[in-house]
Design a protein around this ligand. Structure first.
Ligand SMILES: [Fe+2]
Ligand SMILES: [Fe+2]
Length: 458
């Protein structure tokens, strides 16, 4: 569909929407839903240069979960956005959910975020995004001056014990488009149930526009890379840096507060997801410098954050669906172990400096390992997938460390330097084992394969 057709379809949909006739709008859109069979990426019609279309990106599925799904998209003007979703491909059962939460919708001229809740586990839903263009001239002077709806119907499948146990992991993309482009092409080929973005998607981001460019409008071929493949996020140290990244939730939303206990209200990034036979645990290692490091002038609070995740992790591992899963895989950005004694363990007070270490920042996180690994070990966690070091590595389990660790590759593509290639780490349960495949995005070859036996029988 070219841009003219996209606008024509959008106009027809707008007319239907003006009469609040969702079924009619769905009928108009129906021919386009043919493209959505399977997990194939859908061709979208992003606004062209100079075009002031209200919808300014394809939707991104955020925070894969059993009974909820986040949907975010960019807008070019003040907008009141929404998602229409249902289980019928034609959305004849479509329900409209507005952006924001209770009391008011979340008017925005940059990013619309809609959180769908009360979904059924391991269930396929169809959805469409749209927005009203809003002219706001005061509390009693608010007008809808236009409506726009994406002409595509997308689909997603929620997590749950009956879901296909198949994940991919990317990390340390650092807005390097060539590496991201290759990663998204590989992910499209593999068609996993979800993707974990394991941190350092950012560099130092000072504006919402810069964050939007990274997640919603990346400079890659597959603009709709996350429209049908849901993503999870474990932030990296760089995802905390810059004024805008202090509130990244304006672009990549937190999980819903009701999805965790009141004690853990501020732990919006952690996840404990059951996907088929795999339990996936998401942890946040925070900054790679101590809170006392004068470089950051006392503006970080990672230590308390890491400690708060202990009780969250303890309870997450006790959830029946997590406790009973045959495989347990944890994800966090900074590694929890390093075999090289010269790598900085991140607890060198007060300023991370000591001549015995190569770097003046954490290359691995001893504090997080001490806080979290006893719980992970008690739960028989088999594998921790990490990132941060920009060089792929596999650490096999030992007598004193029963879990394996993978360190994902970085964004640099330098054939002359050992280990300098980006990776997609794929996990798939097949024939009673968890198969891990590390795809080397520089060579295009499989770098390594690993298999893990069940920690528990079903
Ligand atoms: Fe990084
Ligand atoms: Fe990092």
């Amino acid at each position: 569909m070219d841009r003219r057709e996209f606008l024509k379809a959008s106009a027809l949909v707008s007319a239907a929407l003006a009469t609040n006739d969702i079924a009619q709008a769905s009928d108009i859109l129906l021919p386009h839903s043919d493209k959505n069979e399977g997990q194939d990426m859908v061709e979208t019609a992003p606004p062209s240069e100079g075009d002031k279309g209200l919808l300014a990106s394809a939707p991104m599925l955020q925070n894969y979960a059993e009974t909820s799904m986040g949907i975010a998209f960019a807008v070019s003007d003040m907008a009141n956005g929404y998602v229409v979703y249902g289980q019928q491909p034609d959305l004849s059962d479509g329900r409209r959910v507005m952006c924001g939460g209770f009391r008011t919708t979340e008017l925005s001229d940059r990013v619309i975020q809609v959180r769908l809740t009360g979904l059924k586990p391991s269930t396929t839903y169809y959805y469409r995004i749209g927005a009203d263009r809003i002219q706001y001239k005061g509390g009693y002077n608010i007008k809808v001056t236009g409506k726009e709806e994406d002409s595509h119907t997308y689909r997603f499948t929620t997590a749950g014990p009956a879901s296909h146990a198949h994940f991919c992991v990317i990390n340390d993309t650092h807005a390097k488009w060539e590496a991201i482009d290759r990663a998204m092409n590989k992910i499209a080929e593999l068609s996993p149930s979800c993707v974990v973005w394991n941190g350092d998607a950012s560099n130092v981001e000072e504006t919402i526009e810069a964050q939007t460019r990274i997640f919603l409008n990346p400079e890659i071929q597959r603009k709709d890379y996350a429209s049908q493949t849901p993503y999870l996020f474990c932030p990296g140290n760089h995802d905390l840096r810059g004024m805008a990244n202090r509130h990244l939730e304006r672009v990549w939303m937190y999980r819903q507060p009701e999805e965790r206990s009141s004690r853990d209200w501020d732990l919006g990034r952690n996840f404990a997801i059951r996907m088929g036979d795999v339990a996936m645990i998401g942890l946040d290692t925070g900054e790679d410098k101590l809170d006392t490091n004068p470089k950051f002038a006392g503006t970080f609070n990672s230590q308390a954050y890491r400690e708060a995740q202990v009780l969250w992790l303890r309870d997450a591992l006790r959830q029946p669906a997590i406790a009973k899963a045959p495989y347990l895989v944890a994800f966090c950005h900074i590694p929890l172990f390093d075999p090289d004694p010269k790598q900085n363990p991140g607890d060198i007070a007060p300023a991370d400096t000591d001549p015995q270490y190569y770097t003046d920042y954490a290359m691995w996180q001893r504090t997080c390992a001490q806080l979290w690994s006893p719980l992970l070990e008690k739960a028989h966690c088999q594998l921790v997938i990490t990132a941060h070091q920009h060089i792929y590595r596999y650490d096999a389990p030992t007598a004193t460390r029963p879990w394996a660790q993978i360190v994902g590759g970085g964004p640099n593509m330098d054939p002359s330097r050992e280990g300098h290639y980006p990776t997609v780490i794929e996990g798939l349960v097949r024939d009673g084992q968890l198969h891990i495949t590390i795809h080397n995005l520089l060579s295009g070859e499989v770098q390594q394969t690993l298999t893990f036996d069940q920690r528990r029988k079903k």
